[in-house]
Design a protein around this ligand. Structure first.
Ligand code: AHG
Ligand code: MN
Ligand code: MN
Length: 336
């Protein structure tokens, strides 16, 4: 049987990229391979979530006071485990853990990267068979190589990211990752158990027709946001409309759709939660980086997400992210 060599696996793709930079160490490629391996393990569990007794609350609450599902913990341990046993990561920060974890062994202390992740995003959707995901962010350490990594490695602004990515466990499983050189998407081919390049060089359409927001919170949003949502609902054909509202409640799936098809995703501050719900380090920053490399924009309403200097690991942020032209229109409402 002829093998189709035009379809690259994730490893083949990162190796092909490495070949263009003979001085590169391959540490980042190894790290991505580690993440892909953990994603495949998580994928297997997510797929059988309806079959086995892995559903439901794990009986604990995470550091932000939300119920933790069993799969959240499983996924957290998978990603932490591969990175700990790999040779490219000095430590991790996770949405599911109070504090960052320093691997602190001889090899890890020599590694130049730290990784932050949301192991399972949209986990409230697991028990109703709706897409969920994983989000991750890679930074080069600023602390001294050879020593354990420190807090300042984790509290870097998003514009210092070296790479970021996400996995969607959806109708198919996809891994999308960005470096400054571009965004590429890989679909898991279950027949060979490999992520294969399906979406090369993803660009976010400049304009789109999707807007994604939790309408249930409408009356808790600022007037500027309400006016923009109102304008979305009134878009005429001449003005690029009509728009379609789509909100899955899994940020990974919502932003993935808008990245591919063009659109805007919003999680504004509310009266109850003025600082918003999403986490700067685990959700907003990686997506701001990915969407930014693809040509889109992300703000908190006042400032570019990627320019925000984080003060703490679990800090929240309002988030507006998506196609450039839609973001620019939103910003005219925010400035008014
Ligand atoms: P997580 O499951 O990691 O806690 O994140 C869920 C997030 C995000 O994925 C989604 O966009 C948002 O929560 C939905 O929140 P609402 O239900 O408040 O709209
Ligand atoms: Mn999340
Ligand atoms: Mn989560």
């Amino acid at each position: 049987m002829a093998i189709n060599r035009s379809v690259l696996t994730l490893d083949e793709f990162t190796l092909a990229q490495l070949r263009q930079f003979p001085t590169a160490t391959g540490e980042l490629s190894r790290l991505l391979r580690d993440m892909a391996l953990a994603a495949k393990r998580v994928n297997v569990e997510v797929n059988k979530a309806g079959l086995v007794d892995i559903l439901g609350d794990a009986g604990s609450v995470n550091v932000q006071g939300e119920d933790v599902k069993k799969l959240d913990i499983f996924a957290n341990n998978q990603f932490m485990g591969v990175l700990k046993h790999g040779i490219s990561c000095a430590g991790i920060g996770s949405e599911e853990m109070d504090d960052f974890v320093v691997f602190d062994d001889e090899v890890s202390n020599q590694s130049k990267y730290v990784v932050l992740f949301d192991p399972l995003d949209g986990s409230g959707n697991i028990d109703v068979n709706v897409s969920i995901g994983t989000i991750f962010s890679v930074y080069r350490r600023v602390s001294e190589l050879g020593k354990p990594c420190t807090q300042e490695d984790f509290l870097q602004p998003g514009n210092k990211q070296v790479a970021a990515g996400y996995v969607v466990y959806g109708s198919s499983t996809m891994l999308v990752y960005a470096t400054r050189r571009g965004v590429n998407g890989f679909t898991l081919d279950p027949s060979i158990g490999e992520f294969t390049l399906s979406h090369p060089d993803i660009k976010c359409p400049e304009a789109g027709k999707f807007y994604s927001v939790n309408h249930g919170n409408f009356f808790q949003y600022d007037e500027s946001v309400r006016k923009y949502i109102d304008a979305c609902q009134r878009k005429t054909k001449d003005a690029g409309g009509p728009y379609t509202q789509r909100y899955i409640g899994s940020m990974v799936a919502d932003v993935h759709r808008n990245l591919i098809k063009g659109g805007i995703f919003m999680y504004p501050g509310t009266i109850e939660k003025p600082g918003g719900k999403l986490r700067l380090l685990y959700e907003a920053n990686p997506f701001a980086f990915i969407v930014g490399v693809a040509g889109g924009l992300a703000t908190n309403g006042k400032q570019r997400i990627l320019d925000v200097q984080p003060a703490s690991l679990h800090q929240r942020t309002p988030l507006f992210i998506g196609s450039k032209k839609m973001m620019e229109e939103l910003e005219t409402y925010m400035k008014a």
